[in-house]
Design a binder for this molecule. Sequence first.
Ligand code: FES
Length: 91
Amino acid sequence: MSSTKVIYQIQGKESEVTLEQGVTLLEGALIHRLNPTYSCLEGICSQCEATIISGEVEVIPGFETEDHPKKVKTCQTFPKSSPVIVKYNLD
Ligand code: FES
């Protein structure tokens, strides 16, 4: 699969975009100017955490969040199925 449909829910707004393979969920939100929260881009700060509402994702090994399997650091996560629905928890 060379591209994936991702639906972002950020600050009560829903946006559907297409991401090329190898683009993280956070990068996709930044490319499309959706104003996600983030800081380090390296999997350390957890500012980019979001909830996977549906769909499959691939988390870079070592950055899995064990307590909440559906909660991920989006700077370390790639969409795997199409579509993926991801919600940033700002509200
Ligand atoms: S931006 Fe810091 S953990 Fe993702």
